[in-house]
Design a protein around this ligand. Structure first.
Ligand SMILES: O=C(O)C(=O)C[C@]1(C(=O)O)C=C[C@@H](O)C=C1
Length: 239
């Protein structure tokens, strides 16, 4: 499908290298001007969110997912992974220009993997700090403009603290290259700003069994006592 695009102009196949480089320079200038314009919206966007500021982060993961999905569906030649990488960076820059938001990491054995996944998710502009324990990472996410990124293993129980705290939620999982969940992102995200594709909930063992028996694509990713940390993934439902 052809989309209206300010720089979509086919280059003649026989053009010489100097002409092609001239064309590339023009395209790069246009891309840079648009990226600058995108970043320049940050102050107005932050002002529009001012009323909600103290309770919720400026981060809106649901909106970010919608932006990435829309562009991936619309792209002609750009692979979705490239769209994701470029727009994660642009969105991260916009978010940090609205208000500095820390990414607080806590990980054990897979610290390098978790740090790399967090960098990809939140972009090069995100200030990263390391917390000594999951509790400290959650405290920072509770009290500052910060998200916690905490390593998840099936028997880790740090997430139990969130069962009594509706404002502090797990809003996304970070995965390794094989698709396995390695860490969870936690922050003060408004319910309407959560991504729909992937929902995390803390349930009792019995409630999980009931919902799973009713056909919901829900599964436990960690357990602690009778509690289960569960994920419902829309993509699984559609398969
Ligand atoms: O739409 C918003 O709420 C924005 O703040 C803009 C924007 C973006 O750059 O597209 C930036 C950060 C949010 O997490 C989501 C999207």
């Amino acid at each position: 499908m052809q989309h209206p695009n300010i720089i979509a102009r086919p280059v003649a196949p026989a053009a010489d290298l100097d002409e092609l480089r001239w064309e590339i320079d023009r395209i790069d200038n246009a891309i840079l001007a648009l990226m600058d314009r995108r970043i320049a919206t940050a102050h107005a966007v932050a002002a529009a969110k001012r009323d909600m500021r103290s309770r919720w982060l400026n981060l809106h993961p649901g909106r970010e997912a919608a932006v990435l999905d829309r562009l991936s569906a619309q792209a002609e030649a750009m692979p979705p992974e490239s769209i994701r990488a470029i727009w994660r960076e642009l969105i991260g820059l916009n978010l940090q220009a609205q208000r500095r938001m820390e990414v607080v990491l806590h990980a054990g054995a897979r610290a390098a993997l978790v740090a790399g996944a967090a960098r990809e998710r939140f972009g090069g502009a995100a200030p990263m700090v390391v917390a000594d324990c999951a509790g400290e990472a959650l405290d920072r996410a509770r009290s500052r403009e910060a998200v916690a990124v905490i390593e998840l293993s099936p028997l880790s129980g740090w997430w139990v603290a969130l069962a009594e705290e509706p404002d502090l939620v797990i809003f996304e999982g970070l995965r390794d290259s094989a698709g396995a969940l390695v860490a969870l992102c936690v922050g003060r995200i408004a319910p309407e700003s959560l991504p729909e594709r992937e929902r995390y909930e803390i349930l009792g063992e019995g409630r999980l069994r009931q919902r799973s028996a009713a056909g919901e694509p829900i599964r436990a990713v960690a357990m602690s006592g009778h509690l289960r940390l569960c994920v419902t993934r829309q993509a699984e439902a559609a398969r």
